[in-house]
Design a protein around this ligand. Structure first.
Ligand SMILES: [Zn+2]
Length: 157
């Protein structure tokens, strides 16, 4: 695994342990070249998902994009990081077990909304309100960009 700080490919695993209720393995890594420390996660990938947008464009499913949008919706909400990771893994697992490698972007949005609704109402409303506009944009990057300005910088007093 290449060091994200200096690019050295010869990094060492210092510690491995189960995470997210044994859904993932968390590895602490150390780079002897720059003394940088970073974490990687190993997860089961049941299938390579392809996201199909409304305009028919296809792109590989990107867990990081999904995670970004969910983290933005949950910004400053009292939800533990571990819980968020579990939630994202749960969503991915659902997508993977739907029986088809092609997943409509709409379907992903719906599943995220359903999941957020159970975890945090504020995050759900944030996500859902932007998601409605997003139906037209139909692009996760645009969606994430739109989601951002709707969230106040400071918590409500
Ligand atoms: Zn390094």
């Amino acid at each position: 695994m290449r060091c994200p700080f200096c690019g050295n490919t010869d990094t060492q695993v210092k510690d491995s342990r189960p995470a997210e209720d044994h859904v993932a393995i968390r590895r602490r890594r150390y780079c002897p070249a720059c003394a940088g420390r970073f974490t990687t996660y190993e997860r089961v990938q049941l299938r390579d998902l392809v996201v199909v947008k409304k305009n028919g464009k296809r792109e590989p499913f990107d867990r990081d994009k999904l995670e970004r949008s969910i983290r933005i919706a949950l910004q400053k909400r009292p939800v533990e990081v571990e819980r968020i990771d579990q939630m994202i893994s749960g969503i991915v697992r659902r997508l993977e077990s739907m029986g088809d490698t092609d997943v409509a972007s709409d379907k992903i949005g719906q599943i995220v909304m359903e999941t957020l609704a159970r975890i945090d109402t504020v995050a759900y409303v944030r996500f859902a309100s932007v998601y409605k506009n997003f139906q037209a944009a139909d692009d996760f990057e645009e969606f994430v960009a739109e989601l951002r300005p709707n969230i106040p910088e400071e918590d409500d007093a």
